[in-house]
Write a protein that binds this ligand. Structure first.
Ligand SMILES: N[C@@H](CCC(=O)N[C@@H](CS)C(=O)NCC(=O)O)C(=O)O
Length: 240
């Protein structure tokens, strides 16, 4: 059985989409990142980077002790290998998938995350116009990369839907908040609509919808408290 340490954000939804698409049984373990669950000593043992998602496989293939995995890309590699699904193993497709999974982890996730962050921030911390422009442009560049890749193939790694599509899709759902217009990117838009119409993707996106609250509807003090947890992180020091 897979224990999924989860909160309903784009990085968490990569994993719930995989599990729903493949019909893999799992238990949801909520990690409320707006209240600091990612910093508990128990969770830090599983993910020293204090982020979610993470998984624990209580029945690993080798029959040994439970296996914990953090970083969504590594989790998808693990689950695809375990289930034998959504990661074709012929040499060429295997590395086409791997390069797009790593592209997502190193480029699309971090840059779109910063685009959303600075666009949401407003002028609370002073003038952010350079950061907003920088990351909105980067987001635009990355939508262009997807568009170019998808101009002559159905999915990111060819004709088959794979973990490369699963990992890239959830970050594009909020394209408007990233300051983009997907009508600029017609090949991407075709893929976006096709992936978004898959029942497994829709089920995965909906996982934990009841867990989070719309922060803009919270009292200003509560919003400030959440920002303090999420926006002011520095190193966790070892106990003396
Ligand atoms: N590279 C990590 C990123 C995970 C990540 O940034 N998760 C965010 C939510 S989308 C988180 O846990 N944030 C908690 C925090 O910022 O304290 C992955 O892909 O798993």
């Amino acid at each position: 059985m897979i224990d999924l340490y989860y909160w309903p954000t784009p990085n968490g939804k990569k994993i719930s989409i995989f599990l729903e698409e493949t019909g893999t049984p799992y238990t949801l373990k909520p990690v409320d990142i707006s209240h600091g669950d990612q910093f508990t000593p128990e969770y830090l043992k599983l993910n020293p980077n204090h982020r979610m998602p993470a998984i624990v496989d209580t029945e690993p293939k080798d029959g040994g002790a439970p296996v914990g995995v953090f970083e969504s890309g590594a989790i998808l590699f693990y689950l695809a290998e375990k289930t034998g699904k959504l990661w074709p193993q012929d040499l060429r497709t295997k590395y086409d998938v791997a390069q797009w999974v790593i592209w997502q982890m190193a480029n699309q996730g971090p840059k779109l995350g910063e685009a959303g962050h600075f666009r949401r921030l407003g002028d609370r911390e002073g003038d952010q116009s350079y950061a907003v422009r920088r990351f909105t442009d980067e987001a635009n560049r990355l939508y262009g990369v997807l568009n170019m890749r998808l101009r002559d193939r159905r999915y990111l790694a060819g004709e088959d839907f794979t973990i490369a599509d699963i990992i890239s899709y959830p970050w594009t759902v909020n394209w408007q908040a990233q300051g983009q217009d997907i009508n600029e990117f017609r090949h991407f838009k075709r893929w976006f609509e096709e992936v978004g119409a898959r029942p497994g993707v829709q089920r995965g996106l909906a996982v934990g919808a009841d867990l989070s609250t719309d922060q803009s509807k919270l009292a200003p003090e509560e919003q400030a408290h959440i920002r303090k947890i999420l926006y002011n992180q520095r190193a966790i020091h070892l106990p003396d």
